[in-house]
Design a protein around this ligand. Structure first.
Ligand code: NCD
Length: 431
């Protein structure tokens, strides 16, 4: 099977490629980048992508697909549809499922469901502790054999530093990264939003920056102690960016991500007790947003993920204290990155998409992230000029909990290609 993407601007950050070129795909792999031999390609296999960006398939290394157990929020099929519509060919799924993804059979189940759906590469992240209870280590080696690409207790951060040390030593042995949601739960207490003027005005208990920063500092120090590849999830505060910047200067093996909500929104969005602005970590201040952007620009922040966290309408339509934290992100990420980072010149498109392709692929050790000859043909074609408005009801995700409803964006995935097969065209899944 052949596919010729003709006339696009090819960006392959890993290879340092940014040029007008055609991309020829044969039998699920990239077979040539450059002027392709049209004569031999049947017309129905040629797609005109002039004016568009041709990128390695985007990878979101932090999503919640909710299967098994929480399928009223999302499942692997609807989550894969949302991924494909958003331009993602690969997603790494967090383990806070029911039952918890803390053993090999569940890891294998998630891999198989992902393959059967066939719209995105679904890579499970295994739990660090059994049942996410923070008490005893899960079977990390067995989960690696079953296909887990990383380990995390995500929303249930492991407080026990001794146990975390052992986890990191294990992960280092298997050369898999740990992903850390940095939150000191004892300091967070029953805080509901960022601590500051807005929380005081609203009468909501606050979560200070130190909740994130104490935990970030501890995890950096444990990375130094163990040499384990340590990835800090969803960085949201100025202080956390600074801690990671210094850790990198010191040569500690740490990488990190942020998510679009942390470079576009502030805690003022909570005014009116807007539960779609409730997320963990919480939305911070304009100063933090600027620091996150600076961290993206100077390379301190390696990856843009989404922390796609679907919740059902009835769960979010509750009083602020009761509503679960989380924002969906797969279908708005490209538009927000293009509109809020690339258009104002904070990042070039090459820099932005490196953080969504080559870098997450490298951290997770998964295929993709490049358009080199012979690479698996996971490709995302983006229309940088496509203006659109976020309409939650039109999103493919089963849940609609986005704070970006009504926002005008510029830039959208036009084609998502998985293993050489077009799985989504102009936002519609190709069955
Ligand atoms: C996450 C979820 O819903 O699974 N929500 C979120 O706001 N990030 C869990 C979590 O990290 O709290």
């Amino acid at each position: 099977m052949q596919l010729l993407l003709k006339g696009g601007r090819v960006i392959d950050p890993l290879a340092g490629v940014d040029r007008a070129a055609d991309v020829l795909v044969e039998d699920g792999r990239v077979s040539a980048v450059g002027a392709a031999p049209d004569a031999k390609i049947p017309a129905e296999c040629v797609v005109d992508v002039s004016g568009k960006l041709v990128l390695p398939g985007l990878i979101d290394m932090h999503v919640h697909l909710r299967e098994p157990g929480l399928e009223h929020k999302e499942d692997i099929e609807t989550g894969s549809r949302a991924a494909a519509a958003g331009g993602f060919t690969g997603v790494a799924a967090m383990p806070n499922t029911i039952p918890v993804t803390d053993n090999r059979p569940i890891v294998e189940y998630i891999c198989k469901r992902g393959r059967d759906v066939g719209l995105a590469r679904v890579c499970p992240i295994g739990a660090v502790t059994k049942g996410l209870l923070g008490e005893s280590m899960a079977e990390i080696g067995e989960m690696v054999e079953g296909g887990a690409v990383a380990f995390s207790d995500d929303a249930f951060p492991l407080a026990d530093s001794g146990l975390m040390r052992h986890v990191m030593e294990y992960c280092r042995m298997f050369n898999v990264p740990v992903i850390l949601h940095c939150e000191d739960k004892s300091l967070a207490g029953d805080g509901l939003m960022n601590e500051g003027l807005t929380s005081t005005m609203l009468g909501l208990r606050g979560i200070p920056d130190e909740v994130e920063e104490i935990s970030t500092a501890r995890n950096i120090l444990l990375a130094r102690l163990t040499g384990c590849r340590t990835h800090i999830a969803h960085v949201s505060t100025k202080g956390a960016v600074e801690l990671i910047r210094r850790a990198k200067e010191d040569g500690i093996p740490v990488t990190c991500e942020t998510c679009p909500q942390y470079f576009t929104l502030t805690d003022e969005l909570v005014v009116g007790y807007n539960t779609n602005a409730k997320v963990s970590p919480p939305l911070r201040t304009a100063e933090d947003v600027e620091a996150v952007k600076a961290g993206l620009a100077d390379g301190t922040i390696d990856v843009i993920a989404t922390d796609h966290a679907p919740h059902a309408i009835e769960e979010k339509e509750a009083e602020f204290a009761v509503a679960p934290p989380g924002i969906i992100g797969l279908e708005t990420s490209v538009g927000l990155v293009m509109t809020e980072l690339v258009a104002p010149g904070i990042l070039s498109d090459v820099q932005a998409f490196e953080k969504m392709t080559a870098t997450p692929a490298k951290i997770l050790g998964i295929p993709g992230g490049t358009l080199a000859k012979g690479a698996v043909a996971d490709i995302t074609v983006i229309d940088p000029a496509r203006e659109w408005v976020v309409r939650p009801e039109e999103l493919k995700s089963k849940s609609k909990n986005t704070p970006f409803g009504g926002r005008s964006l510029c830039g959208k995935a036009a084609l998502t290609i998985l293993g050489g097969k077009v799985v989504c065209r102009d936002g519609e899944i190709v069955e």
